[in-house]
Design a protein around this ligand. Sequence first.
Ligand code: FES
Ligand SMILES: [Fe+2]
Length: 344
Amino acid sequence: MPLPTPDAPPEPGPTSTFCENPALRDAWYAVARVPDVTVHPVPVTLLGTKVVLYLSASGDIVAAPDRCPHREAPLSKGYVQDGCLVCPYHGWTFGDGGTCVRVPSANDDVPPPPRAHLQTVHVQQKYGLVWLCLGTPAHDLPVIPQDDDPSFRRLNTPVEVWRTCAARMTDNFLDITHFPWVHLGTFGMAQETKVPRFELGELDHGWFGYSYGVRALNTAAATTVSGQTGNIVERQMSSGFHLPFDVRSTIAYHTGLEHILLLLSTPIDDVTSYFTFVVWRNDDFTIPSDEVLRFDMAIGAEDKVMLEQVPGVMPLDQTTLVSVQADKCGVEWRRKLMELMRGS
Ligand code: FES
Ligand SMILES: [Fe+2]
């Protein structure tokens, strides 16, 4: 084996290999919107594992590996009939809880073999989303107290696929220093590039992060979201995380309007992710949701363009990347994520 030469590049720091990490498999991830799981089976991939979702007769969403126990056909290529998932290959049929209820080739007096039942995956519905846990759930879902507050409404957005690492997305959503660079087309132009010193700490309801004020450009497209006219609006904001990849961003205006964003990054694999976000607002509920969401979706599209240009898995260690004071929330999140992934 050749010895390393003196000018060989340094060994890369530990990087995130998410798919096999036990702690990450014990976490919850948003993979679909609830209304998307209706008359058809829905294929999703989480941490490299292909999963099929279907709505069973009891009204529960069932999640199971997208592999028929008979001859491994992808169940998501089948169909849902009378609340049962029918495999496209030989018609084995699965009902509530993944129970195999029919083997068409078997005589009537022969029940399906015990191992014909699907080994289901933990699933729950919350905030209009379907959440999966591949392992044993070890933590609760992130808490958004406004979801139970009748003065707020909840708005969901589609689940998109981003060709980037979920860690890069989470780091980005905790980072305000990219606003005047990446978000020039939406709200970032008016923001001061310098970030005042801030302290990290517990926010509320299990969120950890920081609070700050931002001057945002209030273009015509932004006025629906800000609820104000005028070129510039002042926002009181906070950004916080909930492990592994959930970010909450809160925005409050002096008018009393609050805009809460839950930004969810789900690893499909180490370099591909789902992204969806949920908004809660205490605004005039008659404003069409599309109008409210259009501006935030344009902001998300700017992040996507940037992140999809950054190659590979994000290093999680504290030395590979260079950080400054303004980056410290993302640095702290990566440190805590590493702790979680190490099981410490
Ligand atoms: S592979 Fe599914 S029924 Fe045969
Ligand atoms: Fe951004």
